[in-house]
Ligand binder design. Structure first.
Ligand SMILES: *[C@@H]1O[C@H](CO)[C@@H](O)[C@H](O)[C@H]1NC(C)=O
Ligand SMILES: *[C@@H]1O[C@H](CO)[C@@H](O)[C@H](O)[C@H]1NC(C)=O
Ligand SMILES: *[C@@H]1O[C@H](CO)[C@@H](O)[C@H](O)[C@H]1NC(C)=O
Ligand SMILES: *[C@@H]1O[C@H](CO)[C@@H](O)[C@H](O)[C@H]1NC(C)=O
Length: 247
């Protein structure tokens, strides 16, 4: 009996240790506030710069820049596309445009605008794009202008052993829309380093944004989902729901 009792106790004490308040730079709003969304938007604006610097005690990474080791896009177009050692710059200019918390229906919505994002990475491309057979590996730079992201979250609340309600991070349902005015691609070392062919291909990409949308759209959605979950999930895991929205 003793070992099992011990295990129960230690699990319980870990759960108690894990419960945290919101970081001091995120001021909670009241559930009953008739202007809950105005409050949430203002507090999100006030906290954005601080959140983007990361917070080790909440396991929130730094976003200046944001690093992703590997993105692997296997499109339906029959092309393999990988970005390695990716660094995304520009998030420090993020503007919160709209925030909507529908607490009775467990919905959250956030709309942000980023004037310009720049990603620097190593790429690997193998397959057919714009009717050309492409095989290449080297440095890649992708710049997007006037980026608007709308992010929707449906959540469920669960009771944890400490008796408090938390957002169930494993049951989050999310989707997003992405819009930008222009994307500029520069892939180096294409076609075995043939500069003329490489330059022509980069021009082709930049002049045919619709055709590369599937690949860049898929890549961007992976990056954005990773950013949003890097901010929300650690907070949802550590902070009881009733400390995020207070009575
Ligand atoms: C954002 O970061 C870049 C460096 O990555 C810096 O040049 C720029 O001034 C910063 N902008 C703001 C608004 O902090
Ligand atoms: C995303 O989810 C929200 C809420 O569930 C829904 O209203 C919206 O239409 C969805 N958008 C897309 C692009 O799927
Ligand atoms: C997307 O952005 C472009 C340019 O910034 C704008 O003209 C267009 O209306 C936007 N589309 C949507 C669906 O928001
Ligand atoms: C971004 O949007 C602004 C304002 O709508 C516009 O003046 C600018 O030309 C856009 N940038 C690009 C690269 O399209």
């Amino acid at each position: 009996m003793l070992p099992s009792l011990f295990i129960t106790l230690s699990v319980f004490s870990i759960a108690l240790l894990e419960a945290k308040h919101l970081p001091s730079y995120i001021v909670p709003c009241k559930k009953s506030d008739p202007n809950l969304n105005t409050c949430a938007k203002q507090h999100a604006i006030d906290a954005t710069a601080r959140i983007l610097h990361g917070d080790r005690s909440y396991k929130i990474p730094s976003f200046t820049p944001f690093s992703i080791p590997l993105i692997d896009v296997k499109g339906t177009t029959g092309i393999t596309f990988q970005l390695k050692d990716l660094k995304l710059y520009g998030l420090n200019t993020t503007q919160i445009k709209d925030v909507n918390f529908d607490l009775p229906n467990n919905h959250m919505y956030v709309k942000v605008f980023i004037p310009q994002t720049q990603t620097i990475s190593q790429y690997l491309m193998d397959g057919k794009l714009l009717s050309l057979v492409i095989k290449g590996e080297g440095p890649a730079e992708i710049i997007s202008d006037n980026v608007t992201v709308e992010y929707f979250i449906d959540y469920v609340l669960i009771n944890k052993p400490d008796g408090k309600r938390y957002v169930d991070v494993d049951a989050l349902k999310t989707n997003l829309t992405l819009n930008f005015s222009k994307t500029h691609y520069n892939f180096g070392n294409l076609f075995g380093g043939n500069k003329l062919l490489g330059d022509n291909f980069n021009n082709l990409l930049n002049e045919n944004p619709k055709e590369v949308d599937e690949i860049s759209g898929g890549t961007n959605k992976v990056i954005i989902s990773s950013i949003v979950s890097s901010i929300f999930n650690p907070i949802f895991k550590a902070v009881p729901f009733d400390d995020i929205f207070i009575d």
